[in-house]
Design a protein. Structure first.
Length: 294
């Protein structure tokens, strides 16, 4: 299977571990990763200033996906996924903006036919690859590990637009974690936001939101938190120590991308998965997994 990947801005510039782990793990599942030529920002940062410009940027990237010949455009970033899905929806449902966009795309030698399916990593792995195929690829199963998952807001809301998972009770990321042999727990703060959306305008509030969830998670005594969004990973991993200081709490929770956890369960090299880039205290969790039989 060959899929084109839209990396967005944050993954190639800050959250390198996500890209590294995706590039390392997907080939083990029979997936060839193809990069988009000349991709741009998804448009999200300017959506509140010029929605039409934001939509054009999003649709341009989808058109590049179509031009690549892949019928699936994999979008690992939650925020990019939401913006691309939103723009795609309006292009399909509103004739006037569609005509304007099509004319602009034509100037770049691009066209949009609506043949490309947008998928996030979670539904791509769960629905397209399938749990059984992932289970067969595991060489280091993870029984005994107690983990929590965090799907993230931009894959669940608005529920009228998004269909990755149940917006009130997301289950797919949990199922993907359990497929590796680990145990997942339910917790009241499952749907709580990481706070990243407020980081630029209200940083203290953003940190407080992140810290409140991490504090609640830490009280459960789990082995780690699993995410699949670069913004969420930034808040819970890179900014964990700073978030703890906001509430006067020492936080010590291993945070890992699902694709990193998947790669470890496949027996892949730690550096190939970008684990050296994680800022949260993942050493004990990684050592626990690495000592398991291959």
């Amino acid at each position: 299977m060959r899929v084109s990947v839209y990396w967005g801005c944050m993954i190639p510039t800050a959250e390198y571990a996500y890209e590294l782990s995706l590039r390392a793990a997907l080939p083990r599942l029979g997936v060839e990763v193809a990069d988009l030529d000349s991709f741009s920002c998804c448009g999200s940062p300017i959506a509140s200033v010029d929605r039409s410009a934001a939509n054009y940027l999003a649709l341009r990237n989808i058109a590049l996906g179509e031009r690549s010949g892949s019928r699936t455009l994999l979008v690992p970033c939650n925020g990019c996924y939401l913006n691309l899905v939103d723009a795609y929806h309006h292009w399909r449902s509103d004739e006037k903006p569609r005509a304007d966009v099509d004319q602009s795309l034509k100037k770049e030698g691009l066209s949009l036919k609506g043949t490309c399916e947008l998928m996030h990593v979670i539904d791509f792995l769960h629905d397209r690859i399938g749990l059984e195929a992932i289970r067969r690829a595991v060489t280091r199963p993870l029984p005994g590990l107690r983990l929590l998952s965090h799907t993230g807001c931009h894959l669940l809301r608005p529920s009228s637009l998004l269909s990755v998972d149940d917006p009130e009770d997301p289950k797919k990321l949990d199922a993907l974690v359990r497929t590796l042999g680990a145990e997942t727990l339910t917790y009241p703060e499952n749907l709580d936001c990481c706070g990243a959306g407020l980081l630029l305008s209200h940083p203290e509030t953003a940190m407080a939101l992140s810290a409140a969830k991490l504090k609640a998670i830490q009280a459960l005594g789990i082995d780690g938190l699993v995410v699949s969004c670069p913004s969420c990973h930034t808040m819970y991993d890179a900014k964990q120590e700073a978030a703890g200081k906001t509430i006067g709490q020492v936080l010590s929770i291993p945070v890992m991308y699902y694709t990193q956890l998947l790669g470890l369960a496949m027996g892949l090299d730690q550096r190939a998965l970008g684990l050296q880039l994680n800022k949260s205290p993942i050493d004990r969790l990684v050592e626990n997994i690495s000592l398991r039989r291959v």
